[in-house]
Design a protein around this ligand. Structure first.
Ligand code: SF4
Length: 1002
């Protein structure tokens, strides 16, 4: 008989195992983290599961506890992704809960004070609510300068979090919007906002297309701008499984990383040159398609992508306009995008050329555009050795065969650039040309970082969207009818599902969830929503604090003093706030900004509230991993002292604010008074999860799917995308059924729940031919059963029959015309319908592709703390990265003795040649300086960086982690003291990954 781990626990008694486990560790590191009064032997040991709070792989852990104290945490062997394994951070999780450094009391820092004071929750909630009310009432705008009703305050900002549960993220959005706030952000802006912009404009949805386990189905995995082996360690389990079946691994990165060390091909590229790198591969593929169409899936290209569609003949691209597209206005730094559109026939349907020969068809436009990306030019820009580059192009192009699948994995090496959206767009174009979207082992796998950054994005802790990716209204959207007219896409093509035609159902159901009976037809309380104008993203928040526009900040576990760009500015500007609220597990750099080294607290007038929050495994709720799996985690152990859940804090604040406005009135109290908040005094997370799912208001029953939502006010749903996650059948996110899917390709449809409608691979109707037969019958995702007239396998992306049958719809149901976008038409993107190479904002070289040096529509911030470095003074390219042992801004790892022991100090990686030039030795202290500041770090002289040959001259690049700050067990300078307030043209994600610096020995 095979004995599983769980059988073993049952037979042997978990207490003995737990005690034995504790005895395995060195007493010094353990004693600091674990209070010694834990009873080690008990009759009953509680065991519950949780989901890892670090990266978005979404590994599960089993927590054993005695009397509410965790005594052992280990990988969950039943979990289909991690199968019991954990990385260094997951393995150290017990030190998050048993840690004397955890906050256990409510702390208050009065204006000008030098110390914290202990306070009660009642006192803090009352004081914070009064601050919010005062700031809101004194800074309320009912109408803007054009007499349009906007109902907003710009004086309060929200930052965070990607670490809270979905239910908490949803309530943050709900409360902030109801208060009329416009500056609403969390760290998705800083890590993956460009993913949503790029994948949304390419395929219709802004999320990872496949999921972690599916990597095992791939024939070739290209990892670009990601060090998956280090930063998503358990994802590598599935990459390794693919490699065991002969799959090729390509690593493209400026630095030879742990991922590169496992790769079949390592290609170096200079940071910020991805569009050139992939642009050359697109050129290779297009030319190869013309030479050898038999090696490519021409049906996919013609029938599923917009290759055949004709573009307005007035459209011009960078080949004709020296790096620009038609419609550029240099004064406004923006485009008139009226020529970036399809030609329509008399019925308003896009015209096509199935021969792909028309010079205005997308395929020919693409061919002309990328013809400039020849190998010599590309390698001059990227610094990639030519032979390696050709090997990468050839190897990856082989996945263009109909029965082959290639996947691209990327992370922040791609997302954090001034043209990041276009970099990711270039991946999307390559994948569409190779027929790799929708198939098993294919897709674009955006490796999300934080454990719930996907969920917090879905629930819209971002200024520009409402839950479910509905647009935030602008002042032009004067009423619901106008809002719907402006944002509901239309299509005259009977072949297009145009799923967004359901917009009204989703926004009305959202308003019903938020405002109940006050949301009446015809506008359903639409006027309660703030109308937002302009850029209110993370950088804009810093700039608005700097200008004195924002007076108060709610910062939910978001350590902006370490993670924000231009860190000196971020830290200094916090002192301009009247008040700052930080719910946290630790005394973070942000909470303690007023006593950071070099400042006099007496000069800082900001009131600071540091609220002790419960850790993930001390509370219950769902989180959504990178592959869109919403997984339930349980309260596994007790929190220290007074710590509370974010759900509890939000509930107390919402109720206090409702009470204050009911008693005292104030600026536009209606939305606050009518806000639904019926989760109980000790909030029931299940009630929130059910509200997110939504109800049939005529029966009071939970809805089974968003297909049941209505636009007449008879249904509610806090987030239409999650409709189906908590139904009359139960809590779908809590499911743990390991039954394999019909074709056994690793979907695990009974494990947790996946948005949308439990579909595991997006756009999966593109994985079959026109008759519904899979391109690769050995790993089918969906198959049309002609006898039963149903799809089998994964939940089909739209239930319509295959393309050869009547009543069908095209497979990209979320784009308005139904095709995957090689050319992103209309107003999808601000800086071009196709990617064009531009240099990073700070670059040591000119743009060899055109006379347009930088992305021409990026916002340039011009405060007295925004500085740009010149290559004369700062000739070295600098990039940032993460290490496996630390976590983002550091508060979740620099307070853990085991992790600090593994990775104790801030360092900078410098190539051997540059180190020789600068006289820097291994282990020596160095100063790294940019136009924004200087930091100190230990030099790690390494072979992992080597100079790039850029147009015949050497360019050096260095790299450093950014996890450090001035609090915690291990302190050091943050790399973000060097980075700039400059962001992507479409999403304003900061350009953390390429800036200029200089380095010298200390
Ligand atoms: S950090 Fe990521 S890979 Fe490591 S255990 Fe947690 S979820 Fe898994």
């Amino acid at each position: 008989m095979e004995l599983t781990r769980r059988d073993f626990l049952k037979l042997s008694g978990g207490g003995v195992v737990g005690a034995a486990f504790l005895g395995m560790f060195s007493p010094d590191s353990l004693l600091e983290a674990v209070p010694i009064d834990i009873p080690l032997r008990k009759e009953k040991i509680g065991e519950k599961t949780t989901i890892c709070p670090y990266c978005a792989v979404g590994c599960s852990l089993i927590v054993a506890s005695v009397d509410g104290k965790a005594i052992n945490i280990e990988g969950d062997p039943d979990h289909p992704i991690n199968e019991g394994s954990l990385c260094s951070k997951g393995s150290a999780l017990i030190q998050v809960v048993n840690n004397t450094r955890r906050l256990s009391k409510v702390l208050y820092r009065a204006p000008g004070a030098y110390e914290w004071q202990e306070k009660s929750w009642d006192w803090a909630i009352e004081r914070i609510a009064r601050n919010i009310k005062k700031t809101r009432d004194e800074n309320w705008t009912h109408k803007d300068g054009n007499s349009r009703v906007v109902n907003r305050t710009e004086a309060i900002a929200n930052d965070g979090s990607a670490a809270v549960n979905n239910e908490e993220a949803y309530l943050i959005t709900k409360l902030c919007r109801t208060m009329g706030m416009t500056y609403i952000e969390h760290c998705a802006r800083l890590c993956h906002s460009s993913t949503v912009g790029a994948l949304g404009s390419s395929f219709g949805r802004g999320a990872m297309t496949n999921h972690w386990i599916d990597l095992k189905n791939s024939d070739c995995i290209m990892i670009i701008g990601s060090n998956a082996a280090e930063n998503h360690p358990l994802s590598f389990k599935w990459i390794t499984k693919a490699m065991e079946k002969e799959a090729k691994l390509i690593s493209v990165d400026p630095r030879f990383t742990r991922t590169s060390s496992k790769a079949d091909i390592y290609a170096k590229l200079r940071s910020g040159t991805d569009v050139a790198f992939i642009g050359g591969m697109i050129k290779y593929v297009i030319e190869d398609i013309e030479r050898h169409p038999e090696n490519y899936n021409m049906t996919y290209i013609k029938e599923y992508t917009n290759a055949t569609l004709l573009i307005d003949p007035k459209f011009r691209g960078p080949a004709d306009l020296d790096g620009l597209f038609s419609g550029y206005n240099a004064d406004k730094r923006s485009y008139d995008r009226s020529t970036w559109v399809y030609q329509l026939d008399g019925k308003g349907i896009p015209k096509r050329d199935l021969s792909l020969k028309d010079s205005n068809c997308v395929f020919q436009i693409l061919k002309k555009h990328f013809s400039r990306y020849d190998v010599d030019t590309v390698c001059s820009i990227t610094g990639t050795p030519k032979d390696v580059y050709l090997k990468v192009s050839k190897t990856y192009a082989m996945t263009g065969r109909a029965d082959k699948a290639g996947t691209i994995i990327y992370a922040m090496g791609a997302t954090q650039h001034t043209n990041a959206v276009q970099m990711i767009r270039s991946y999307a174009i390559l994948q569409l040309l190779l027929g790799n979207i929708g198939v098993a082992g294919g897709g674009i796998n955006a490796a999300r970082g934080q454990s719930n950054v996907q969920g917090s994005t879905d629930h819209a802790i971002l200024y520009h969207i409402l839950p479910g990716y509905l647009k935030t209204p602008s002042p032009e959207d004067v009423d619901l009818k106008t809002y719907l007219k402006n944002h509901t896409p239309t299509s005259n093509d009977p072949l297009s599902a145009n799923w967004w035609q359901n917009y009204k159902k989703y926004i009305v159901s959202l308003l019903k969830a938020w405002y109940g009976n006050a949301a009446e037809a015809p506008d359903f309380a639409y006027e309660y929503l703030a109308k937002v104008e302009g850029n209110h993203s993370h950088i804009a928040i810093t700039e608005a604090i700097h200008k004195g526009i924002i007076r108060g900040l709610l910062s939910w576990g978001h350590n902006t003093a370490v993670s924000g760009p231009n860190g000196n500015m971020e830290r200094a500007d916090l002192a301009k706030l009247d008040w700052l609220v930080v719910p946290e597990l630790w005394e973070s750099e942000t909470a303690a900004f007023w006593k950071r080294p070099g400042v006099d607290p007496g000069q800082i007038k900001t009131e600071v509230f540091l609220l002790p929050a419960k850790a993930s495994l001390e509370k219950e709720g769902s989180i959504t991993n990178s592959g869109r799996w919403s997984q339930w985690r349980y309260e596994c152990c007790q929190a220290p002292g007074m710590a509370q859940t974010d759900l509890w804090i939000l509930t107390k604040l919402a109720k206090k604010l409702k009470g204050l406005y009911a008693q005292e009135g104030g600026a536009y109290p209606d939305p606050i008074l009518n806000l639904t908040w019926d989760y109980g005094d000790e909030p029931d997370v299940h009630k929130v999860a059910k509200e997110i799912n939504g109800y049939d208001l005529t029966t009071g029953k939970l809805l089974p799917s968003f297909t049941k939502l209505k636009d007449d006010g008879t249904t509610s749903s806090g987030n239409w995308l999650y409709c189906g996650s908590y139904t009359e059948t139960g809590n779908m996110a809590a499911r743990r059924d390991l039954m394999p899917d019909k074709f056994n390709i690793g979907l695990y449809p009974g494990w947790a729940w996946c948005w949308p409608v439990n579909r595991r691979i997006l756009y999966n109707r593109a994985s079959v031919d026109l008759d519904g037969k899979p391109w690769n019958s050995t790993i089918p995702v969906v198959v049309w059963n002609p006898w039963r007239s149903v799809w089998e396998g994964d939940v089909p992306d739209g239930g319509w029959p295959p393309m050869s049958q009547k009543g069908t719809r095209l497979p990209f149901i979320m784009t308005s015309e139904g095709w995957g976008h090689l050319f992103a038409p209309g107003k999808a993107l601000k800086d071009g319908p196709m990617p064009e190479h531009y240099e990073p904002w700070e670059s040591p070289v000119k743009n060899f592709m055109s006379g347009t040096q930088n992305d021409p529509v990026v916002t340039i911030w011009k405060s007295d703390m925004d500085f740009t470095g010149s290559p004369d003074k700062y000739p070295i390219v600098c990039t940032t990265f993460r290490v496996s042992e630390h976590w983002q801004a550091g508060q979740m790892s620099r307070n853990l003795p085991w992790l600090v022991e593994l990775m104790p100090e801030m360092f900078v990686e410098i190539g051997e040649e540059l180190a020789r030039e600068k006289g820097i030795g291994y282990g020596q202290k160095v100063i790294v300086e940019s136009a924004r500041g200087k930091i100190e770090a230990v030099a790690m002289v390494t072979k992992r960086f080597s100079p790039f040959m850029i147009d015949g001259r050497k360019v050096h690049e260095i790299g450093m982690p950014w996890h450090w700050g001035y609090m915690g067990l291990s302190t050091g300078d943050s790399a973000n003291l060097l980075t700039a307030n400059i962001g992507d043209a479409n999403t304003t994600i900061p350009e953390y990954k390429a800036f200029l610096c200089n380095v010298r020995a200390k």
